[in-house]
Write a protein that binds this ligand. Structure first.
Ligand code: SF4
Ligand code: ZN
Length: 312
C-alpha cells in the first residue's frame, strides 16, 4: 500500500520505493540516491585520484544523471572528465538527444567529443540497416558503439570509461546472457571491468550499477536535469525489450526481483571470473589478442566488428 509520508522524517512523501518497502520525501530520496551511487563507486573501487574519465553521454536520463554525479564527485576527488557522445545516425532520434548532451556538458563545463558512425565507419546506422535489415539493429549498433567508445577513450588518454547502465539494465543483461547460454560474456560482465588487455580496452565503470531505472528518472526530474525521454525507433527489434517487459512484470508482482537478480549475479561473479581465467590459462578458451583485420583487441581471430561489417 502506498504510504504518503516519508519513512525517515514523516514529511509528505515524494516517492514510494516498493523494492525497499519505503517512501521518501524529496530531500531524503536525493540523499539516499547520491549516497548509494557513491557507495557503489567506492565498493567496486571504480575511481582513484588522478583518473581521466571518459563519460559516455547519450543525452538520455541515465548518462546525464551519471555525468552530474561524476561532476559532483570530481569536486572532492581529483579526477578529470571528458564526455563522448556517439552519433549513430538515427534520424529523428539521436539528433535530439545530441542537443541535450551538448547542453548538459556546456552547463557543467565538461568538454564533449562527438563521434559519428558516418565518419568512423563510412555510413550511418540508418543506411547500414537499409542495406542489411533492421532486425540486426542492436547487434550492429552495440558492437560499433563499443568499438567507437573504446577507440576515442583511448585517443583521449582516458584511464576509465564510464557507462550509464542502471540496475534494470544489469538485471536484463544477466538474464539475456543466461537465456542465450553465454556464460563467457556473463563472466566478463562487471561493475568495473578488469584491465587484462594490455591497455587495448579502457576499463569500464558503471556507477549506476545498483540504481534502479525508475529512481534515476525521479532523481533527474527532482534535480531539474534536462533529459531526452524518446526511445530509439529500432528498440522494438531488441531481445532486451522482451526481457525488460518480463522483468518489469515480475517486479510488479514481486517488488525487489530486479535488484535480487543483480545481487545474485554479484555474489557469483568472482567465482565466474576465476573460472574464466582458469579456462584461459589452461587453453580451454581463447586468449586476448589483436584482430587480424583491424588490430583492435579481441578474443577471436577476427573481432565482432569486422565480422559484422564483413571486413576480413
Ligand atoms: Fe542502438 Fe539498439 Fe540502442 Fe537503438 S536500441 S540505440 S539500435 S542498441
Ligand atoms: Zn524525509
Amino acid at each position: 500500500m502506498e504510504s504518503s509520508t516519508c519513512t525517515k522524517c514523516g514529511k509528505p512523501a515524494a516517492i514510494t520505493l516498493p523494492y525497499a518497502n519505503q517512501s521518501l520525501c524529496q530531500s531524503h530520496f536525493v540523499k539516499m540516491f547520491e549516497a548509494r551511487v557513491l557507495r557503489t563507486v567506492r565498493e567496486f573501487r571504480m575511481l582513484k585520484k588522478g583518473d581521466k574519465v571518459a563519460v559516455g553521454v547519450s543525452g538520455g536520463k541515465d548518462s546525464c544523471v551519471m555525468l552530474h554525479l561524476l561532476h559532483k564527485i570530481s569536486k572532492s576527488l581529483p579526477i578529470k572528465l571528458t564526455a563522448i557522445t556517439i552519433d549513430e545516425g538515427i534520424a529523428g532520434y539521436r539528433n535530439k538527444s545530441l542537443e541535450v548532451a551538448k547542453k548538459e556538458c556546456k552547463t557543467l563545463g565538461i568538454p564533449l567529443e562527438v563521434v559519428s558512425f558516418h565518419k568512423e565507419f563510412g555510413k550511418t546506422l540508418d543506411k547500414l540497416l537499409k542495406e542489411r535489415g533492421e532486425k540486426l539493429s542492436c547487434s550492429f549498433c552495440g558492437v560499433m558503439r563499443r568499438y567507437a567508445l573504446n577507440k576515442f577513450a583511448k585517443k583521449l588518454g582516458a584511464t576509465k570509461l564510464a557507462i550509464g547502465h542502471n540496475s534494470d539494465d544489469v538485471a536484463q543483461t544477466v538474464m539475456m546472457n543466461m537465456m542465450r547460454n553465454e556464460p563467457g560474456r556473463l563472466a566478463r560482465f562487471a561493475p568495473l571491468s578488469s584491465d587484462d588487455s594490455d591497455g587495448m580496452f579502457i576499463p569500464r565503470i558503471k556507477p549506476l550499477f545498483m540504481t534502479p531505472e525508475r529512481d534515476v528518472a525521479a532523481y533527474a526530474v527532482m534535480k531539474g536535469i534536462e533529459i531526452e525521454f524518446m526511445e530509439c525507433p529500432y528498440a522494438r527489434h531488441a531481445f532486451r525489450q522482451h526481457v525488460r517487459t518480463m522483468l518489469n512484470d515480475a517486479e510488479q508482482k514481486y517488488p525487489g526481483t530486479k535488484l535480487k537478480i543483480v545481487k545474485a549475479f554479484l555474489s557469483q561473479s568472482e567465482l565466474m571470473q576465476d573460472g574464466a581465467k582458469h579456462r584461459q590459462k589452461s587453453g580451454k578458451s581463447a586468449q586476448m589478442g589483436a584482430c587480424k583485420s583491424c588490430g583492435e583487441a579481441t578474443s577471436q581471430e577476427i573481432c565482432s566488428l569486422c565480422t559484422l561489417l564483413e571486413r576480413s
